[in-house]
Design a protein around this ligand. Structure first.
Ligand code: SAM
Length: 279
C-alpha cells in the first residue's frame, strides 16, 4: 500500500486571516490533523469549518504519538501537522516526526505560511540578504550569555525568539555581551497592538520596561560591524540627544533623525519625548 503524505502546515501567528487557501484545503482533505494543542487549534479549525479528526502531538508525547502518526501514514492516511502558531518544526514540535517520516520514505510536503522570524525580519529595517535564526536563547543567565557571545560574529542579522517575561533580561545580556548594536524588538506581530521598538539593546529594554513588557516578541540584532552597515550607524537615541542638545524641538529632532535613519517617526517622537524629559 502507498503510504500517505505528511503535510507540515503553517497557521497564523495572531491574525486569523493569515491562513492560506491551500492550508484550509489540505486540513479539510487530510485524514488526521496532529496538533500541538488540540484545544487551541480547534478554534482555528472551527473558524474555517474544518471538521477533520484531531489528535495531539507535543513535546512530551512525541515518542508515543509519533509512532501512531507514522502507523496512520503507513496505512495510507494523509496526516497534517500544525502547531499553536506559525510554521511547525520552527521552535515548535515536528522535527523528529519529519525525520522519522523521511527515513521511511514517506513524502513530507510543506504548506508554507506565517513565521514570526521572517515576518519580523521583513519589516525590521535591518539587513535581510543574510541572517542567522538562533531560536530561543537558554533560560539560565550564564548559558544565555555564552550563547549570545557565540552569535556576536554570526553572519547577517541575528534573529531570536524570546518569552515575554525574559525579554528585558535578554536585552541586558545582548548589551553586555554583543556590544553596541542596533536592536529591533517586534512585538505582537499581526495583532492589534503590533509595534516595533528600535535603538540600542538598552534603549529597547527601557522601552519594554516603560509598560510594554507583555506580548510575544522577536528580537533582531544588527550584524557585526564588518558584515554590514547597520551597526556602524550611530544609535538613534544618540542622534536624538545630539539634536535636542543643539536646541531643536522634539518635533524637529524627530524629523532629522527619521530622515537620517529611516526609522518610524512615531517611535522616534516617543523616544525624543522621553529623552527630553530625562534631561
Ligand atoms: N513556529 C512559530 C513560528 O513559525 O514563528 C514559532 C513558535 S515559538 C514556540 C513562539 C515564539 O515565536 C514566541 O515566543 C515569539 O518569540 C515568536 N512569536 C510567535 N508569534 C509572534 C507574534 N505574533 N509576534 C511576535 N513574536 C511572535
Amino acid at each position: 500500500m502507498m503510504p500517505g503524505n505528511l503535510y507540515i502546515v503553517a497557521t497564523p501567528i495572531g491574525n486569523l486571516e493569515d491562513m492560506t487557501f491551500r492550508a484550509v484545503r489540505v486540513l479539510k482533505e487530510a485524514d488526521l490533523i496532529a496538533a500541538e494543542d488540540t484545544r487551541h487549534s480547534r478554534k482555528l479549525l472551527s473558524h474555517y469549518s474544518i471538521t477533520t479528526q484531531l489528535t495531539s502531538y507535543y513535546d512530551h508525547n512525541q515518542a508515543i504519538k509519533g509512532e501512531r502518526i507514522l502507523t496512520a501514514l503507513r496505512e495510507g492516511r494523509n496526516v497534517a501537522l500544525v502547531s499553536d502558531a506559525g510554521t511547525p518544526c520552527i521552535s515548535d514540535p515536528g522535527y523528529q516526526l519529519v525525520r522519522d517520516a523521511i527515513a521511511e520514505g514517506i513524502r513530507v510536503v510543506p504548506v508554507p505560511g506565517p513565521n514570526a522570524a521572517i515576518a519580523a525580519l521583513s519589516v525590521s529595517g535591518l539587513p535581510t540578504s543574510s541572517f542567522t535564526f538562533a531560536g530561543f536563547p537558554p533560560v539560565k543567565e550564564g548559558k544565555r550569555r555564552t550563547f549570545l557571545a557565540s552569535l556576536a560574529t554570526a553572519i547577517g542579522t541575528v534573529i531570536l525568539y524570546e518569552a515575554p517575561h525574559r525579554v528585558v533580561d535578554t536585552l541586558s545580556d545582548i548589551d553586555t555581551v554583543m556590544g553596541n548594536r542596533q536592536v529591533v524588538v517586534m512585538r505582537e506581530l499581526t495583532k492589534i497592538y503590533e509595534e516595533s521598538l528600535s535603538g540600542t539593546a538598552i534603549s529597547a529594554r527601557e522601552q519594554m520596561l516603560a509598560g510594554r513588557e507583555r506580548g510575544e516578541v522577536v528580537i533582531l540584532i544588527s550584524p557585526a560591524a564588518e558584515d554590514g552597515q547597520a551597526s556602524n550607524r550611530p544609535d538613534p537615541d544618540e542622534q536624538l540627544k545630539a539634536a535636542l542638545d543643539k536646541g531643536h524641538t522634539v518635533k524637529e529632532a524627530t524629523a532629522l533623525v527619521a530622515a537620517a535613519t529611516g526609522l518610524p517617526r512615531r517611535e522616534l517622537y516617543a523616544r525624543a519625548l522621553l529623552l527630553r524629559d530625562q534631561r
